[in-house]
Design a protein around this ligand. Structure first.
Ligand SMILES: Cc1cc2nc3c(=O)[nH]c(=O)nc-3n(C[C@H](O)[C@H](O)[C@H](O)COP(=O)(O)OP(=O)(O)OC[C@H]3O[C@@H](n4cnc5c(N)ncnc54)[C@H](O)[C@@H]3O)c2cc1C
Ligand code: FES
Length: 281
């Protein structure tokens, strides 16, 4: 049983949960995730361990409300018990002393990027973080990324905060300014990761992307999370979730993420009708 110790809304439709999970907090490494099930009849969904506190035995999850389960979870308050939290899952990020690392997170991609940046900093790298959001009121965790990074660049699509444009515009500017970049690590919406990979490939900058395919067990037993990397089928939950971004078939990933769109929309509609959107059972 996993108790919600703290909950707060970070931005529109984004919640942060601190959850009591001492064993996971002891073992979790950057890049790893958990699979949670929030009720007896619930589905299993993967969420990244954005932060851990082994001393207090807690892990922090950031959740974007996109469908039935994440909307339902957002109704849970402090002291609520989550029945199943399985983890840590996935391969930890491969971290070396590369030199200058650019960490790029779009929206909820900040969850993996935050934990990875902690590891990258501990390994003695210089870090520039590029955080991308649609607009000013969706910006979160800038303070936390500033603590870890030598430089933080926030971009908003509409220019309402920070640099106007996309994360790739900020990355292009660094390249144009002649900044030496030894490694790029990116997480966020798939089209964003694809655009980052296309840009860095042109300049031969090694790039790793944290992929987010549909998952069920998260332990390598079903293949729901399969992705194609360098022409080979890989299971993101055990072989990843991070892969060489220049070798990932991003278009296939986008198609596979859209596979259950109709059923997902129906499930959310039924849930909201039954619970008036509040989700309390
Ligand atoms: C390894 C991993 C780590 C993740 N970490 C986080 C995280 O830290 N925070 C977070 O908010 N989300 C994270 N996700 C995505 C999260 O698992 C999904 O948003 C969630 O499963 C949606 O469940 P739902 O029932 O609310 O929505 P659904 O009804 O299942 O889906 C609603 C919409 O979200 C899209 N969607 C569904 N699953 C995913 C997915 N896996 N990735 C991207 N879009 C999806 C669907 O295409 C659909 O449009 C992660 C996914 C993976 C694989
Ligand atoms: S989620 Fe089943 S094998 Fe990865």
């Amino acid at each position: 049983m996993y108790r919600i110790v703290k909950k707060r809304e970070l931005a529109e439709n984004v919640d942060e949960f601190v959850i009591e999970a001492p064993e996971i907090a002891q073992k979790a490494k950057p890049g790893q995730f958990v699979i949670i099930r929030i009720s007896k009849k619930g589905e299993r969904i993967p969420l990244t361990i954005a932060e851990k506190d082994p001393e207090f035995g807690t892990i922090t999850l950031m959740v974007q409300r996109v469908g039935k389960t994440t909307f339902h979870l957002s109704c849970f308050e402090e002291e609520h018990i989550i029945p199943d939290v399985v983890g840590p899952l996935g391969k930890p990020t491969h971290i070396e002393k590369w030199g200058h690392v650019v960490c790029i997170g779009g929206g909820l991609g900040l969850a993996p990027i935050h934990h990875i940046a902690q590891g990258v900093k501990e390994a003695g790298n210089e870090i520039t973080t590029i955080m991308g959001f649609r607009r000013k009121d969706l910006v979160f965790w800038e303070d936390k990324m500033k603590l870890l990074s030598d430089k933080v660049i926030v971009t908003t699509n509409d220019g309402s905060y920070g640099m106007k444009g996309l994360v790739t515009d900020a990355l292009q500017k660094l390249i144009d300014d002649g900044v030496k970049i030894d490694m790029v690590i990116t997480a966020g919406p798939v089209p964003m990761m694809k655009a980052v990979a296309e840009l860095t490939k042109k300049y031969e900058i090694p790039t790793v992307a944290s992929l987010n395919p549909i998952m069920v067990d998260g332990t390598g037993m079903c293949g729901a999370c399969r992705v194609t990397v360098d022409g080979e089928v890989k299971f993101a939950c055990v072989d990843g979730p991070e892969f060489d971004a220049h070798k990932v078939d991003f278009d296939e990933l986008i198609n596979r993420l859209n596979m259950f769109k109709t059923l997902e929309a129906e499930a959310l509609k039924m849930f909201q009708k039954k619970h008036c959107g509040c989700g309390k059972e």
